[in-house]
Write a protein that binds this ligand. Sequence first.
Ligand SMILES: Cc1ncc(COP(=O)(O)O)c(C=O)c1O
Length: 389
Amino acid sequence: MFDFDQRIDRTGTNSVKWEASHPDYNAEGMLPLWVADMDFACPPAVTEALIKRASHPIYGYPMKQKVFYQALQEWIAKRFGASVEVSWMTSVAGVVPGIYVAIDAFSAPGEKVVIQTPVYHPFAIAIENRGRQVVRSSLVERDGHYDMDWEDLAQKLADPQVKLMLLCSPHNPVGRVWTKQELERLGSLCAEHGVIVLSDEIHADLVYEKGSHTPFFALPAELASQSVTFVAPSKTFNLAGLFTSYVLTPNERLLRMYKQTAAKLGNEHINLFGMEAAVAAYRHGEQWLDELLAYLHGNARYLHEFLAQRIPEVTMNVPQATYLGWMDFRRLGLEQADLNRVIRREAKLGLNDGALFGEEGTGFQRINFACPRALLVEAMERLERALHS
Ligand SMILES: Cc1ncc(COP(=O)(O)O)c(C=O)c1O
């Protein structure tokens, strides 16, 4: 049994969540519940592997060994029941850097990329930074449950200028796990219009119903072959600072184009320690992950129930995946600036402003609940005091 209730002081560890002195997130006694890493120790096998490697005092250029890819291959077979080839894979120092490479590889400046808002805000930033146009298709919300807007997607994907669909699967911040049927429908629409799907599956391991996530590469071959998927052990095992992620596609041509672009951009290398950690996590971290998921689900239920009982004007559904809660404050009728002030200055909570993820996030805040339960109890009591005093 791993002890996720243990409070671990992160000061002095260069943690952006706890140590960056940002007025919106962690200044003046604020409780930081924002950037998506966890306040939990990673699987012990990972720490052991890192210590073992660190004890050899030469840290020269690393080689991407086959075992690094095989560990992911075995993990995918075990967790998703999908079979992938090592030859489908390459690696990159972070999913976001991989998305930048893919945008360059598969579209030209001025062309368009579809995203589904509200969504992880670096998507739009990446598209704009690479000189492409962002096309936003709003998700449709009903009672806190989000669906894709099929009519809108069909219309937007039909624009010949649209070359890429940047999918968040599972979706941050709304916590949806897209069903196989939804992904097939989306994949078919994209295939019909020659649009390549970039599927960001960094949260794929963090689903609360076992087997509910379908990797895009596991869809029927004609759809999978028009996609490139990003996965990583970073969210799953709390290794974000090691900057080690994977890129995967069954389409040899797309993989070649991705790799050529990565080489041109000088973006091919990954970290020695990240590889050690990834192999240890995928080979020895499964029990830890299952216990983590049970704990996180308990945290999400705690937030949901606390709000229902004590602050019913604020709501948050238990997400289907991710350790991010999407809190709906719209019933308070506050302007976003006033809502942000109440959350940050009065409740002293460092949450992410929902509007960051797109205009659909106005009236929302995103809470990272990957921390010991006691911290969430404190956060909810702060919120209750701020709203009811
Ligand atoms: C959907 C999504 N993609 C990518 C990332 C970040 O990935 P990386 O740190 O590997 O660039 C995050 C982090 O929160 C995320 O939520």
